[in-house]
Every structure is written in C-alpha cells, then in structure tokens.
Design a protein around this ligand. Structure first.
Ligand code: FPP
Ligand code: MG
Length: 330
C-alpha cells in the first residue's frame, strides 16, 4: 500500500500505521456475511489495495481534535467502505474494466452481483456508523452519499456536453469526490468535540483538498495518455464522455474557429487524426498547465481553511496530505 507513496506522506502513513492496520481489520469485518459472494468479493477488493487516503484524513483529523476513544477506527473503515462501494458502482456506470491495475470486479462477477455488493457494503457501513451513537456523524455520512450520487448523476447529465461550464464541472467533482473527504475530516473533528467553527474549517479543508485531488486525477488522465501514445487515445475520461477541466480550458482558450473544430471532432467517435489535432491544440494553449494552476488555487484555499485550527503536528500532516494531490507526475 505504501509502494506508491514517498517522502513526508510516507512518514505520516508510518505514524498512523497501527490505526490503519486496525482499520483494515474493521474493513474486513464489514464484508462479513453468510452469503458467500460478499466476503469473496470483499477479499478481492481489499487485496486490490488503494492508498487509504480517506481513512487517513479521518484519523489525522481525530488526532488533531484530541480524540482518545476507539470509534475513529471503525469510522475510518466506514469511510473507506463507502468509497469502495462507490467505486464498485462507478465502474459499472462508466463501463470501466480495469481498477487499480486489475480487472474491475464486475468483469468477473457481473453487474448484478457487483451493484448489490455495493449496496450491501454501503448499508452495512451506515449500520456500523449508527452503532457509534452520534446522529451528527450518521447524518454527515448519509449526506455525503446523497451528494456523491447527485454528482455522478449530474456528470451523466452533462456527458459529452462540450458546453459544460467550469462551474458545473467543479460542482460535479466537489460532489463525487470532495464531499467524502470533507466528511472524513468533519467526523474526525466531531469525534474530538471541536468547536462549530473548527468543524466547518475541517469540512471546507477536506472539500477543497478533495476538489484538488480530483482535478489532478482529471489532468493525469491526459498526461498519462500522452506517455502512452496520447494521439491514439485521448484519455479514458473523454472516451467515457467526461469533459473535464483541461478540455473546458482548451475550448475556452481556443479561437471561435478552433473551438468549433474541436466540437466537430468530439461529435461522435473522434478519429485518430481528429485526436491528433486536439493534442496539437492542447499544447498550443497549455490547457493542462492552466488546469494545474486551478488545482493549485484550490489547494491553497484548502490550506488557508486550517488557519483556525490549533497549530500542532497534525495540522501540518493535514497540509502534507493535501499537498500530495499535486505531488504526482504531471
Ligand atoms: C470515481 O470517479 C467515482 C466517484 C468518485 C464517486 C462514485 C459515486 C457513486 C457511484 C454514488 C455513490 C454510491 C454509493 C453506493 C456509495 P471517476 O470515474 O472520475 O474516477 P475513476 O477514473 O477512478 O473511475
Ligand atoms: Mg470511473
């Protein structure tokens, strides 16, 4: 799990290792069932890894808030299992066959089984949260899943829409990705009994850091494509109909004729020649650079939110976790 992680962030994972190991055990328990398929798929998903960033946001926030009980472990596994359930559903919705370098679960078990395992996991996670006895935490988790579903639906509504605005794009990624990280940070604060102002600061920090993470992912979709022969395949997102920030900026920067040309290329299934042309325009207008700039702005805003939190090592850890969003190879 630590393989892809280096530097400061590795140190942070190291100092939460004990809690993260307990979190893994708790995650495994969330897949416990007499229905054979549930633990079977659970094992497949848990072995598939994942960086466990979301539980870590909760664990750091709880420590920052001075929490000394035990519920942070089960609640961090609740956050990770909601994330896992959402990815099970997302791969079905996106028709994506690969997740974390392996076959997506639905390739092996089919859509019906995988959607239902996602439902089970989500419901079981909420049940676990209820047992912690804090209605504010259950409310925040339910609100997060509501928002994630809305984000995914808005994304579908805007699928292939070259006129999508930057505002709609941010709304989508805030809902589908930002809100769960925000909730992880909020729950950490709630556990430790921080003030209402600090709770909101933690939630806003998580939301903005989550937006920066998703923007970085959307940028990487183009950059990674470039390394693997960008001209042949302009990234998975475009294939899935997702018009993300680099393309929104390209359409904004390009002249009337060029943006009309891009729109024509994107109508229907773009030819390799059409994709080559888009690649050329991406370079001409530095659309990736502009999108990175926007992600940096969100990151800066995220960090500024923490100013009302007490100055302590955990606050620095939160900042380092947020920084990780843009520390990948662009
Ligand atoms: C990945 O986005 C998907 C999400 C961040 C959220 C998915 C949310 C739902 C399906 C609704 C909530 C449902 C439940 C049961 C909790 P992406 O497709 O851009 O990223 P990817 O490239 O990793 O697939
Ligand atoms: Mg997807």
């Amino acid at each position: 799990m630590l393989k892809q992680i280096t530097g400061d962030i590795r140190k942070i994972f190291g100092s939460y290792e004990k809690d993260l190991t307990c979190m893994e055990g708790s995650l495994r328990e969330l897949f416990a069932s007499n229905v054979f398929l549930i633990p079977l798929i659970g094992r497949y998903l848990i072995e598939g890894g994942g960086k466990r960033m979301r539980p870590l946001f909760l664990l750091v926030s709880a420590r920052l808030a001075g929490y000394e009980g035990e519920d942070h472990i089960s609640l961090s596994s609740v956050i990770e299992s909601i994330h896992t359930a959402s990815l099970l559903h997302d791969d079905v919705v996106d028709g994506a066959d690969v997740r974390r370098g392996r076959s997506a679960a639905h390739v092996t078990w089919g859509n019906q089984v995988v959607v239902l395992v996602g439902d089970f996991l989500y419901a079981n996670a909420l049940r676990r949260a209820v047992s912690c006895g804090d209605v504010r935490i259950v409310g925040a988790l339910s609100q997060a899943v509501t928002s994630m579903s809305e984000g995914e639906l808005l994304q579908l509504e805007k699928s292939g829409d070259v006129n999508i605005t930057e505002e709609d794009y941010v709304k989508i990624i805030a809902s589908k990705t930002g809100v769960l990280i925000s909730t992880a940070c909020r729950i950490g604060g709630l556990l430790g009994g921080v003030s209402a102002e600090q709770e909101e600061a933690l939630a806003s920090f998580g939301l903005k850091a989550g937006i920066a993470f998703q923007m970085a992912d959307d940028i990487l979709d183009y950059v990674a494509g470039q390394e693997n022969g960008f001209g042949k395949k302009l990234g998975k997102d475009l294939e899935e109909g997702k018009i993300t920030l680099p393309l929104i900026y390209l359409l904004r920067q390009a002249g009337l004729d060029e943006s009309a040309e891009i729109k024509t290329i994107l109508e229907g299934s773009p030819s390799p020649k059409g994709l080559d042309r888009i690649r050329e325009l991406f370079k001409k207008y530095d659309a990736v650079g502009l999108a990175l700039e926007k992600a940096r702005e969100f990151l800066k805003e995220a960090k500024a939110e923490t100013s009302v939190l007490r100055d302590c090592p955990e606050r620095q850890e939160l900042l380092a976790l947020a920084d990780y969003a843009l520390q990948r190879e662009f």
